[in-house]
Design a binder for this molecule. Sequence first.
Ligand SMILES: [Zn+2]
Length: 295
Amino acid sequence: MENKRVYGIDVGGTTVKIGLFEDGKLLRKWSVPTDISDGGKNIVPDIAASLPGPADGAAMAVPGAVLPDGTVNRCVNLGWGVCRPAETFAALTGIPCRVLNDANAAALGEQRQGGGQGYENVLFVALGTGVGAGVVLDGKVRAGAHGAAGEIGHLCLEPEDAQAKCTCGLTGCLETYCSATGIVRLAALAGRPGMSCKAVFDAAAAGDGAMEAVVDRSCDLLGRGLASACALIDPEAVVLGGGVALAGEFFRAKVQAAFRRYAFHACAATPIRQASLGSDAGFIGSALYAMEPGR
Ligand SMILES: [Zn+2]
């Protein structure tokens, strides 16, 4: 391993999670608040100031598209426009740094050490406020030409559904039905405004027919989206993470069943698995990315 001592960094909209790893082992982890004032210009200096010492390398996961040359193409949640945060980090710390998308980092973490362990080809989907995703093929994160590989949150599934306006500007994206926000939206449309996503799942699991219909619609559309994704990249496993996946086996089994309804027969047996690293997946995956020899 080229880089023995590395920092794995996951920059989120409210906190930055950081882990220090030596020879692949986590020595310590901590977090710093994300200061989004002034266009987020303090974020990287705050991270740099929190580091306990030198290292051989680092990688930073960010909530936005990352181009192959490390240019970040906007992180709305951080206030960042087009920028090169790895260069800023390296200039402040002297530590070489790579940058990658946060869902891609989580995908690598889950593939190596979490719900995708044992598989070299994994599609990871994070169902939270939005829907992020990452593709690991042959053990490597594949970010794509524009940093958008795997972004199934914006598969346009219901373009005629005028109520399903997506943050990306399209209508009827998978994210508008399958994110926590989307499930809350569907519950409100079903006459139950103000319910949390967890409350919707709890009610559905307890036999509330209206809420089960909401969950079933969401899982059906997710299964359809995953079937399209698997027809394209044919992973060995799909791993579901993020807050929505905390609904557990009740949710996973419905998604697996929906997936089988729509999947091409050759890949219909692909397992749909639960993520297991929780919110640590991003900084763990970043560290793994930093440890990979030169790219
Ligand atoms: Zn969209």
